[in-house]
Ligand binder design. Structure first.
Ligand code: NAD
Length: 363
């Protein structure tokens, strides 16, 4: 009997359904080539779910996400829902999924394809061959710490409060993920903190050092976040895996992703103890939705990450990456990565090219 995987597919809004359609096209080819069964169950999320069921994350969608082997998400949001109550905004679905599924680790690779070296805002020699992974803690730290809010001082002045808090076990489990990821790469982890100023991240550093004592195969280094932000644009190739807190990771992963040139190229994985979700890092791009202009590669590579981290088929991820590389080498470009002399294609044609490449390359 063939292996069966249940994948909950959440297309969402804007270009979400367009890029997901291309990922599904590629998944169907992989399915037939590998002789596995992929049950791709689509559910509404975000604005589409608000329209259909009055809530951006309906119970049925959440239940389907909980039961799946993995979740593949497009993007949510759009101008249509910007004025509705905050609790019902499409973006709330993302927070709901992350917290309900316990997705505490966000993995964002920033890898530059050779053919796109010129698309970066940095000099080609600084980014050529760049391949780093930012591992961001996703469910703790200052974004969730209590107390939080705005109150008043005795003199009646407004006072805003957020709390940076981590427990040892939260630090250990994200360190574990970072070390596991590094073991499959260049075996280097840089832990980013602000241990010189913030006690909480001083403890973070201590816990990571303790953890590393039992994992001597990985080279561990530490960097203050201000220096890391600077080093990422000065000499990004010094990094292999960066592990850091929720807020520092939020900022550094965006910085790292832009080293590669286009937001339409970058996948991500969010992992928990039991669940995992895969999504492109971009949003719903309402400005180009419905025009066959979106770059589907971030979503297709997110589906690739699903094979690597949830379905135990790293070979599929590697094949997909090689196919993307060869399609780019052949000169095909969606508008966001277009440059002179290249062959313009739309979202659907890019999906067709990848599907065809997978058909040819996957054994
Ligand atoms: P965005 O990522 O949607 O778009 C930023 C710019 O990048 C736009 O010019 C867009 O056309 C372009 N772009 C994005 N993805 C692209 C792709 N695959 N191919 C080609 N070009 C692409 O960010 P935004 O404009 O700030 O937000 C639009 C909506 O998306 C908002 O409602 C926002 O809240 C939401 N959003 C959702 C997510 C998510 O679902 N994970 C993430 C970020 C923003």
């Amino acid at each position: 009997m063939s292996e069966v995987f249940n994948i909950t597919v959440l297309p969402g809004d804007g270009i979400g359904p367009e890029v997901i359609a291309e990922a599904v096209k590629v998944l169907r080819v992989i399915e037939s080539k590998l002789g596995i069964t992929l049950n791709l169950n689509e559910h509404p999320v975000g604005g589409a779910a608000y329209e259909a069921a009055g809530h951006p994350l309906p119970e049925e969608t959440l239940a389907a996400a909980r039961e799946a082997d993995a979740v593949l998400l497009g993007a949510v949001g759009g101008p249509k829902w910007e004025t509705i109550d905050f609790s019902l905004r499409p973006e709330r679905a993302l927070l709901g999924l992350r917290s309900s599924l316990g997705l505490f680790a966000n993995l964002r690779p920033a890898k530059i394809f050779k053919a796109l070296t010129g698309a970066s805002t940095l000099k080609p020699e600084v980014v050529e061959g760049l391949d780093i992974m930012v591992v961001r803690e996703l469910t703790g730290g200052i974004y969730f710490g209590q107390p939080r809010g705005i109150d008043k001082t005795e003199s009646g002045e407004r006072r805003g409060i957020n709390t940076l808090v981590y427990t040892e076990s939260e630090v250990r489990r994200i360190a574990q993920i970072a070390f596991d990821v590094a073991r499959k790469r260049n075996k280097k982890v840089c832990s980013v903190d602000k241990a010189n100023v913030l006690e909480c991240t001083g403890m973070w550093r201590d816990v990571v050092i303790e953890f590393a004592q039992d994992h001597a195969d990985i080279e561990l280094s530490h960097m203050y976040v201000d220096n890391a932000a600077m080093q990422l644009v000065r000499n990004p190739k010094q990094f292999d895996v960066i592990v850091t807190t929720n807020m520092f990771g939020d900022i550094l992963s965006d910085e790292a992703s832009m080293l590669t040139g286009s937001i339409g190229m970058l996948p991500s994985a969010s992992l928990g103890e039991k669940h995992a979700m895969y999504e492109p890092i971009h949003g719903s791009a309402p400005d180009i939705a419905g025009q066959d202009k979106a770059n589907p590669l971030a979503t297709i590579m997110s589906a690739g990450m699903m094979f690597k981290y949830s379905l135990n088929r790293e070979d599929v991820y590697n094949t997909l990456e090689a196919v993307v590389e060869s399609v780019l080498d052949a000169g095909y470009r969606t508008p966001d990565i277009m440059s002179e002399g290249m062959q313009p294609v739309g979202c659907r044609e890019m999906g067709d090219l990848i599907a065809q490449g997978v058909e040819e390359k996957l054994a």
